[in-house]
Write a protein that binds this ligand. Structure first.
Ligand code: NAP
Length: 316
């Protein structure tokens, strides 16, 4: 198949990718956006978003992503299904391969690949994946209504998932590895005052129990050494995320955990003409609104870079 030529290629379809698309489309850059493995990104597996400015009554994450997609398409973005599986930034125009088959050449690239849920790394957790082990209470909580479940983690995600699950389940164990939580004060307060949530402090999961489906968990208290087997049917892991930046390794500069490094105050990477936006380049804030903000910056940076390049290459 012939190589397709595009001006601006946007990789990823979360708030960052769609915002980059809205701005680049309105600037006449005819962006092509590939949605990736989880079209719409993390907000499609979340519930209500209460902290995105402009929605005083909140908005469901999947709805918000559908709205952003519609807005990007309205100005001419080509939103396509497909996963960018390979990139080559050593040649120009940049080269990208979608689903290992379709080849593209792009004059500028905006990386908006986001981040994915982390797991504990236990063999039992892996074995029981989707058989009681989940990283998304909003997606899978419904299957465990009326049952006792556990949430692992102590950040805002864990607090939010535990609180959400109490609407469906009679009891939620929150397994916290230290003697304090990282979650914001308001979220901690919600968890600590919810009678259906029992917090297991200083506790680590040694094993998820069960053969064909989760039947419980073995938890060790690191202060007392006590080991308990607790029956639960759902085991929800909410311990943070890792950036989806594997395909850029060796080409884009990253920190030790894989977040793409950008020049301060911009979305410029170490490769001129490649810009990184959203959670893939943000280990600190990781909010929908900050992702959207950097998506806008990425489009403006790409537009200015392309204009300057054209100016340089056009003879006086
Ligand atoms: P996070 O803030 O990075 O918290 C991860 C939590 O998981 C930490 O408490 C950490 O424990 C724990 N953890 C990590 N590895 C673990 C392991 N192997 N075993 C047990 N526990 C482990 O991640 P997050 O909660 O997903 O939040 C990410 C960002 O999104 C944050 O900025 C958060 O504020 C934001 N967020 C906001 C909302 C909201 O405002 N509605 C909702 C969700 C997320 P330690 O504390 O001991 O390190």
């Amino acid at each position: 198949m012939a190589t397709e030529k595009v001006k601006v290629l946007i990789i990823g379809s979360g708030p960052a990718g769609y915002t980059a698309a809205i701005y680049s489309a309105r600037a006449g850059m005819n962006p092509v956006l590939y949605s990736g493995g989880q079209p719409g990104g993390q907000l499609t597996i979340t519930g209500e978003v209460e902290n995105y400015p402009g929605y005083p009554k909140g908005v469901e994450g999947p709805q918000m992503m559908m709205d952003l997609k519609e807005q990007a398409e309205r100005f001419g973005t080509q939103v396509r299904d497909g996963l960018v599986t390979k990139v080559d930034f050593s040649r120009y125009p940049f080269h990208a391969v979608v689903d290992d088959t379709h080849e593209l050449e792009a004059e500028a690239i905006i990386v908006a690949t986001g981040a994915s849920a982390k797991y504990l790394g236990l063999p039992s957790e892996q074995r029981l994946m989707n058989k009681g082990v989940s990283a998304c209470a909003v997606c899978d909580g419904f299957f465990y209504r009326g049952m006792e479940v556990a949430v692992i983690g102590a950040g805002d995600s864990a607090a939010e998932e535990a609180t959400y699950l109490t609407k469906l389940c009679p009891k939620v164990y929150l397994v916290v590895r230290r003697d304090e939580m990282r979650a914001s004060k308001i979220m901690q307060q919600r968890v600590k005052t919810n009678p259906k949530i029992e917090i297991l402090w200083n506790s680590v999961t040694e094993e998820v129990l069960g053969t064909d489906e989760v039947t419980g968990m073995r938890v060790r208290n690191t202060k007392t050494g006590e080991v308990r087997e607790i029956p639960v049917k759902g085991f929800f892991v909410a311990i943070g995320h890792q950036p989806n930046t594997g395909i850029f390794k060796g080409q884009l500069d990253m920190d030790e955990t894989g977040y793409i490094k950008v020049q301060p105050g911009s979305t410029r990477t170490n490769i001129e003409g490649v810009f990184a936006v959203g959670d893939a380049a943000d280990r600190v804030y990781r909010q929908a609104v900050t992702a959207a903000g950097t998506g806008c910056m990425g489009a403006l940076d790409a537009e200015r870079w392309l204009a300057a390049r054209e100016h340089e290459t056009v003879p006086a």
